[in-house]
Ligand binder design. Structure first.
Ligand code: ATR
Length: 275
């Protein structure tokens, strides 16, 4: 029996067990994927005890991704650029980590808009937290020329820009309606639009008709931003696909099979999100 888990604080809301449970069943693997609530301050100790607890590895979610990064013996290059780890496995007793959030975002974008790189020269990313940092890195790695990061707290956007001085611009929140006018891709990485949070009240009338609009929020499945963008005829990229795709590398590492993100999986998790 191969076992893996997701660590977080809190961890009750995490949907990874649904995803891995679906794939374990689909591939008839004798395995298990559970949740582990790990208190802040206990992350390194927990990760060091993975083997003793019978785990082949784990996912790491909020608020532990940076602490997990610091605890690794080895980190894949993509995670170094972001400074956060969300997927951990054991290699001859050593803790190895990667960041599959960026991969998940890009694969989901590929799924929804094949060859998007051909038309996206300039992207506007809303928010400057950990997710934004990864997405900015991912977009630049795929050839996007410039990214504008807009954040309520400008200093956090400026901190991201330091790592990418030539290709990054920053914008304050108030100037957003003007700044999105030349965006080929708009990405919301803030929590605005999430169930229980205020909507993202950005007017979309300055957006180019060809702009792609993406949201990493997936509760609800269609945020107000995506619904408004779709009504205006924009191509939209929903957030649940990112969650599904980011789970693939962990499953491969722990259970040895490369699983597919199918419509069936999407519906399985979407049913839970709808409640
Ligand atoms: P994550 O790691 O998932 O990106 P985070 O680090 O908590 O999460 O970042 C959340 C993002 O949502 C931040 O960019 C935050 O803006 P601030 O840096 O100004 O806090 C943004 N955000 C959250 N609530 C917001 C609100 N009401 N208005 C505008 N931005 C908001």
């Amino acid at each position: 029996m191969i076992r893996a888990c997701c660590i977080g604080w809190p961890v009750t809301h995490v949907r990874s067990p649904l995803i891995h449970g679906f794939w374990l069943k689909e591939h008839a693997i004798r395995g298990d994927y559970g949740r582990e609530a790990v208190e802040p301050g206990q992350v390194e100790a927990f990760l060091r005890s993975l083997n003793d607890r019978g785990y082949a590895g784990c996912n790491v979610t909020i608020p532990h991704k940076e602490a997990a990064f610091a605890a690794m013996d080895e980190v894949e290059p993509g995670a170094v650029a972001v400074g956060a780890v969300n997927t951990v496995w054991l290699d001859r007793g050593r803790l190895v980590g990667m960041n599959s959030d960026v991969i998940g975002f890009l694969k989901n974008l590929d799924d929804h808009v094949p060859n998007w790189e051909r038309e996206v020269r300039h992207a506007v990313v809303l928010g400057a937290g950990g997710a934004a940092r990864g997405i900015v890195h991912g977009l630049l790695s795929r050839g996007v020329e410039t990214v504008t990061v807009a954040n309520r707290s400008l200093s956090k956007a400026e901190a991201i820009a330091v790592a990418h001085p030539t290709s990054l611009r920053v914008a304050d929140w108030a100037s957003l309606p003007d700044r999105v006018a030349d965006a080929d891709l708009l990405v919301n990485t803030t929590s605005l639009g999430m169930k229980g949070q205020p909507a993202l009240d950005l007017p979309l009338d300055t957006l180019k008709p060809t702009a792609i609009v993406s949201d990493i929020v997936y509760v609800p499945l269609a945020t107000d931003l995506l619904t408004r963008a779709e009504a205006r005829g924009h191509r939209t990229v929903e957030g649940l696909g990112m969650l599904l795709h980011q789970a693939v590398p962990g499953f491969e590492k722990w259970f040895g099979i490369s699983p597919k993100v199918t419509r069936g999986l999407w519906e399985h998790v979407a049913a839970d999100v709808r409640g």
